[in-house]
Design a protein around this ligand. Sequence first.
Ligand SMILES: CC(C)(COP(=O)(O)OP(=O)(O)OC[C@H]1O[C@@H](n2cnc3c(N)ncnc32)[C@H](O)[C@@H]1OP(=O)(O)O)[C@@H](O)C(=O)NCCC(=O)NCCS
Length: 391
Amino acid sequence: MQDHGATVAELLVAGQVVSSLLLVPLTIAVGCARVKVDGIGGVETVEAQRNKGYSRRVLEGTVRHMRQGSAALSMLYGIPDFYPKFGFATAGPDYALQLRGLSRPADLPTGWTVRNCRPDDVPVIQRLYAEYTGGAVGAVERAPDGRVWSTLAALATGVKVGDPDECRVVVGPSGRVDGYAWRGKHFWPVTSDFERAFPDSLVIGEVIASSTPAADAVLAVCRAWGAQATTPRGEPVKDVVLSLPPEGLLYAAALRQDARMLITSRSAEDFMARTVDVARLLRALAPELTARRGDLPATPNVTLRLETEIGASTLHITDAEVRVTASETASHRPDTTLRLPQTELMRLALGALPPADVLNRLDPPPDDRTRALVDGLFPQRRPYLHLPDRI
Ligand SMILES: CC(C)(COP(=O)(O)OP(=O)(O)OC[C@H]1O[C@@H](n2cnc3c(N)ncnc32)[C@H](O)[C@@H]1OP(=O)(O)O)[C@@H](O)C(=O)NCCC(=O)NCCS
């Protein structure tokens, strides 16, 4: 069943839906590469029908369906201890930046102003998001008429789309919008996740800035916003929580202020992912692997086979590029082979963990040459989906 680009998988018993989920096709950035991902959400079995194996049937059927599709990875935000049964593993921590010391004045930089987002700002905001996240890992490519930007467009035209939501833009001395702070109250990760975790804070779901002064301006806006805000109990908020990974201009600007970065990892819940197809994953990553090959030790024309329990592919690393083939012929035996679970390949692909941590845990551990290749091609990054994109 199709619903706004998403597929609904349902299991019916005696004509009644007993268990279902939502499959949402996404494209994420991994540096300059673009990777197709099937996002999973809304996993649920009706209460009276639980513990009869129904969700297992839906999820196992969904994994088979995804493997026949076009996605390279699947991602979800998980029910604790449930998804490892279906091949998912944690794909990195979540991040929250707390701006503290709200009693200090938070002035905008000279020449900058702030105002509410207007309809004509929406295309500018779309471009700011695309530029800020273009080389990141995990950021979702958003269609201009997709769910997230339609929500903002409705907000900008004054249509009430959720709880008191608001998006403020900062305008530079040239009169251009160069950053924004959007509470994102329409999105469940803001209201059900972050606001519950930080009941004494003002949560701002998405912040983007295109320059260092714009970053200073956005942080000043967030601080001033927090200084005026109250909790649902009517008390002044203690701090402002921004959803932000520990990288980029805003993070750097925050390091000059009273701030605290919270990095929270969980063993089998929250941000989880799995490899759907090894060849599709490595082919999609090839442009980014090509860009990274400059960090490799001088070993031109080497082949590295990555072998998992769900498939294998070979990377052909030359001076010019990293090319991927799904299988090697007898005349093209790989120079080296790395055997690893598909979950660890997903972690390498997303840069979810330091490569040494992944490699040290393999049995048998790889040799030094393989280590050097993996270190150069799969450095640790900060995989991060902005809150509005989480399913
Ligand atoms: C979690 C949930 C989907 C499980 O559905 P279900 O049909 O009862 O699950 P199944 O009977 O197919 O169980 C499959 C396996 O998961 C285990 N399991 C069931 N519920 C679980 C839970 N809440 N947490 C962890 N494991 C669970 C079962 O023991 C079973 O293990 P096994 O097959 O290895 O023996 C169901 O409890 C539910 O709908 N919970 C609410 C979900 C929700 O809040 N969704 C919000 C959107 S993400």
